[in-house]
Design a protein around this ligand. Structure first.
Ligand code: ADP
Ligand code: ASP
Ligand code: MG
Length: 407
């Protein structure tokens, strides 16, 4: 059972959640509980790090930012003990949750289950584990990237061969789009791993992308449900194989990502190897490039455009300036538009249906929204647009694809 930040935001909520855990213990289950930091805590910690040291040492970032989960884990264990449920807290290194050394974006490599199993054998009923954190091969604390407690939860479910993995959050399941942006968004009873993976990676933060990947690979029975309502055994949304879903719409959902930037390198030489040089420099600088467009070339020069998270623009600019100074690439200008957003439609139905892209573009054009960059894959279409039209685009697409109606 995983509880996100809003579900453990106050001592009262921790008590409510502890009761919910007690219900599972009463059924006879041993429970591993993964907790997030109390709502807002991680943002506060990240802010403190940025204020102290803008070009921070990522190992110390992790030392600070991982601490929010420790507080919740201890408080949850205490609350359970107060209810006479045998429980204790575990920090990542105590389990241990072994990760790579990629600080602030580490990947879980292994979770040896022996320590926790031994405690269950001695009568412990609930292991409360601090989510989002692990330990690197060098013995330093790592974190798994924002939203990483979801991944902790799925990784534990896999490592312990759990009967199921329930992600408790502040909405009662996965919706056709973020219900905070489109009031007509519809809760899905089931969604396929593939679609959930795309929605998550395109910005639907209800599950961290990596958690969906792991659930798919290890066949974890993954469910998203609300921690604020009484829950029946089939509540929420089940994330499952597409074969388990009988009827589905061509488009399953709309995702969006607000914090995007569009960068253009003006007038670079159009010759073999140029893209490799540019994107190697960006990748070495840790810039996560998403969309790429190479414009048509004129007199042997061309413009190269890409999108990346808005908070990586400074890093990208630095990398390009250094590459220019070092004589690696030559260009006349570097433009950064930090007011764009990405909106995507996702659905496995697109494999067999044509016309989804045309319809999407038509809908946006009817709203007077200019499309700046387009990318597609087998089951999604993404566009980059002016950020101020993001909500409008999501709502218009949700309407046009009739996502408020079940198939
Ligand atoms: P937690 O703190 O429990 O991990 P998050 O804030 O990370 O919760 O994720 C839940 C939020 O995800 C919801 O409050 C909702 O605003 C947002 N969200 C975005 N897309 C969707 C979607 N398709 N379905 C449900 N929630 C979504
Ligand atoms: N507390 C971390 C975050 O806010 C991890 C999580 O909640 O999943 O990103
Ligand atoms: Mg989350």
């Amino acid at each position: 059972m995983k509880f996100g930040g809003t579900s453990v935001a106050t001592l009262d909520r921790i008590r409510r959640v502890a009761k919910r855990i007690g219900v599972e213990v009463a059924k006879g289950y041993d429970v591993i509980v993964i907790v997030s930091a109390m709502s807002g805590k991680t943002n506060e910690l990240v802010g403190w790090v940025n204020e102290t040291s803008p070009m921070y040492d990522a190992r110390e970032y992790d030392a600070v930012v991982s601490s929010g989960e420790n507080v919740t884990a201890g408080l949850m264990a205490l609350t359970l003990q107060e209810m006479d449920v045998p429980a204790r807290s575990w920090q990542g290194w105590q389990v241990p949750v072994l990760t790579t050394a990629a600080h602030s974006a580490a990947r879980i490599e292994d979770i040896p289950p022996e320590n926790i199993r031994a405690k269950f054998a001695e009568g412990m009923k609930v292991a409360v584990v601090a989510g989002f954190q692990g330990v690197s091969p060098e013995g330093r604390i790592t974190t798994l990237g924002r939203g990483g407690s979801d991944t902790t939860a799925v990784a534990f479910a896999a490592a312990f061969d759990a009967e199921r993995c329930d992600i408790y959050t502040d909405v009662d399941g996965v919706y056709t789009t973020d219900p905070r942006v489109e009031a007509k968004a519809r809760k899905l009873d089931k969604i396929s791993f593939e679609e959930m993976l795309e929605l998550a990676s395109l910005g639907a933060k209800v599950l961290q992308t990596r958690s969906v990947e792991l659930a798919m690979r290890y066949k974890v029975k993954l469910r998203v449900l609300s921690s604020f309502e009484e829950q029946s055994d089939d509540a929420g949304t089940l994330v499952c194989d597409e074969e388990e879903i009988m009827e589905s719409n061509v488009v399953a959902g709309v995702a969006f990502s607000r914090e995007e930037a569009k960068m253009t390198l003006v007038s670079v030489a159009d010759r073999p190897g140029i893209a490799a040089l540019i994107f190697t420099a960006l990748s070495d600088a840790g810039v996560n490039v998403d969309m790429i467009v190479q414009n048509i070339s004129e007199e042997g020069r061309t413009d190269m455009t890409w999108s990346c998270p808005v908070d990586q623009v400074k890093r990208a600019e630095k990398a390009m300036e250094e590459a220019k100074e070092g004589g690696v690439i030559n260009y006349t200008g570097l433009l950064a538009d930090v007011d764009v957003a990405k909106v995507s439609v996702v659905g496995i139905g697109m494999r067999s249906h044509t016309g989804v892209a045309a319809k999407m573009f038509k809908v946006l054009s009817n709203e007077g929204i200019n499309i700046q960059v387009i990318t597609t894959s087998e089951i999604k279409i993404s566009v980059l647009i002016d950020r101020k039209y993001m909500e409008l685009a999501v709502q218009a697409l949700h309407d046009a694809f009739e996502l408020d109606k079940a198939a």
